[in-house]
Write a protein that binds this ligand. Sequence first.
Ligand code: NAD
Length: 476
Amino acid sequence: MVKNSKTSKVVTPPSTASPMPNGSDLSGNSQSSQESDPHLPTGAEPARLSSASNSRRETSVPSVSAYAVAQAQLDRVAEAMKLEQDMVELLRVPQRELIVHFPVVMDDKSIRMFTGFRVQHNTTLGPTKGGIRYHPDVTLDECRALAMWMSWKCALMNLPFGGAKGGVIVDPKLLSQDELRGLTRRYTSEISSFIGPEKDIPAPDVGTNAQIMAWMMDTYSMHKGYSVPAVTTGKPIAIGGSVGREYATGLGVTYTTRALLKRTLGQNIEDITVAVQGFGNVGSWTARTMHERGATVVAVSDVMGGIYSPKGFDPRHLKAFAAENGTVVGYPGSDTLTNEELLELPVDVLVPAAMEGQISAGNADKIQARVIAEGANGPTSPEADLILNDKGVMVIPDILCNAGGVVVSYFEWVQDLQAFFWDESEIRRQMERKLLMNLDEVMGVTVRTGVDLRTAAYTIAIQRIVDALKLRGIYP
Ligand code: NAD
């Protein structure tokens, strides 16, 4: 596991596969895909509350909370935008926060208490939208940060949503399926008055998946007495999920990175080497969709460590290996490397697709990639941003780079509300169009003002929310 150089030891107190396009090629060369030609210009989560186990647990966490990072990013951009201080104060804090402590009956019939959160950052543009994370290090502050980032991301993509995030302090790998289902149903029940198709729509994030979204949707529906598919996105297709949602985030990272490489460096994706940190939903789909377009994926990692091969990997084979072995480490013909080493490889594109805070002032100087494509949310600290900027490393910010997921989640919500479903080529075409249109806008701001991509993306997003806020006014 990567240890952020700015980590501190924290002792926690006692605790109180979804349908994938049938293995089809996502390269865009298949007949089902109607991707536009990428070479043509387009029209454009510090409080450590409790662990899921009853024992004391030691863990390393970034000494600066993700929330402090999110607020620092907002302050910096607000200053550059000359945003009124009252607007900054309004946006610096989440609108609503819910903390729930709830019991789950374990397989051995013992009752264990868990803690969960749901944070809604801002409802100006519409209901809130954001993932649910199951991870031992989930905190209220982490949810606050991730909710804020979701607000910016939804606004940047011009979606009628504010940002939200939720999570439970738990290592899902240590639970049985029955325990996981019990935990999900009780957590959903505890937050059920807080969520809904017109209020707040959860989706998968780290440690959660389509099955968990199905249990959440079913629990909410049982409370209502009828099926409410639009309450979650990222569901299995059989119960109202959208085709394309499972791979949308990774494919979106590839679309955005490919377009940016071509437009700014004149480089084709076929000619690049890539290292991907994290081999879950986002990392594996990014690796696969880049590989299918000709990129050489020379390194990947998961929480157990990383692997390297100068010849490149076929991510499909890697996924099958990881499914069988629980990790990519040990893949035949690969060299082993640490997550720290992966981040510092001399590659064209580095894709952090695991957790936040991975690229900090401690290692930014050692990054050799020319482009960082942020698959994860918040992987780069503000200090690292400055160092990378000085080194001429281009960072494609999370709110732009990994927005394919929320864009297709939006499509899923729309389809569920209308009970009318689109085909896969339409989903991909619309997703690519939205991503590249907003990429154009972000690049336009960088060209006009000379700011970096993150500042440009934040400026556009925050301005959209502020404009809407001023039109609506402050209630009462
Ligand atoms: P996931 O649970 O499917 O996968 C996470 C991966 O990261 C796993 O391979 C895990 O082993 C690895 N990992 C965890 N901690 C690590 C560490 N310290 N070092 C290296 N690897 C580590 O999660 P995901 O859905 O792929 O999400 C990954 C990131 O992408 C998160 O930041 C999430 O918020 C963000 N994101 C996800 C989506 C989505 O649609 N799932 C959308 C946008 C952003």
